[in-house]
Design a protein. Structure first.
Length: 237
């Protein structure tokens, strides 16, 4: 792909497909989470206002599934790339799991929040959280029983958008890994990157909805494609 000698700054977008091989359910694939749960009932701001118990219970369940999940070779490969890449590098993930961090990555932004954080709707405090929220624990900062999952619900604005677009403006290469290409604004990042002159690469199990926007698409399991690509980058070709 392109002239890798000219690549210094990299932005990587990851989605559910990179964590699927670690046993974390995807959302939109056959048998995925949204075939089993109605997002209008468990993943919108309106649902939280209407029936907070149902939403808190859903996210307690999702948080509990992380305990026995582990990073796969794709996460470890990005961790190595993060540690060794001499230029700017940013991993923007739509995932709310912590597998990138456990795989060794440090330059990570969670644009849809994190399962292992709680957000207080009374004081706007954020804090690491592994216990349940459905029993309405008190906020450690202000004492109010107003904690919710620190995840971006449908209809809410994703986190870190200014930092993400700043990184895209400087990127020489944009890589999308394991994404459906169906969820905006992340689905539009490839168009932004191309318009700004970056090379674009898709690594996915199957073509995404935005696959035609990429200069190159490599299809297959993330646990195979990502280590191969990261190895290419670190070896200079």
């Amino acid at each position: 792909m392109g002239d890798m000698g000219k690549i210094r700054n990299i932005v990587i977008l990851t989605g559910a497909g990179i964590s699927a091989e670690s046993g974390i359910d995807t959302f939109r694939s056959p048998g995925g989470i949204w075939e089993r749960f109605d997002p209008d009932e468990v993943a919108t701001a309106e649902a939280f206002a209407r029936d907070p118990d149902k939403l808190l219970g859903f996210y307690d369940m999702r948080r509990g599934t992380l305990d026995d999940k582990h990073p796969n070779p794709a996460h470890h490969a990005l961790g190595r790339l993060d540690a060794e890449w001499p230029g700017e590098l940013l991993i923007v993930t739509q995932n709310v799991d912590d597998l990138h961090e456990r795989g060794g990555a440090r330059r990570v932004l969670h644009m849809h929040g994190e399962h292992l954080n709680a957000l207080c709707t009374a004081c706007d405090g954020r804090m690491p959280w592994r216990a349940t929220l459905a029993d309405r624990p008190a906020c450690p900062d202000c004492g109010e029983r107003a904690l919710r999952p620190d995840v971006v619900l449908f209809g809410e604005v994703p986190y870190h958008m200014d930092a993400i677009f700043a990184a895209l403006r400087q990127a020489d290469l944009f890589v999308s890994i394991g994404t459906s290409g169906a969820v905006y604004p992340a689905a539009g990042f490839v168009q932004t990157a191309r318009d700004l002159g970056a090379q674009t690469l898709e690594l996915n199990l199957e073509p995404s909805e935005g696959s035609t926007w990429f200069e190159e698409s490599r299809l297959g399991p993330a646990s195979e494609l990502v280590p191969a690509w990261a190895g290419e980058m670190l070896s200079g070709g």
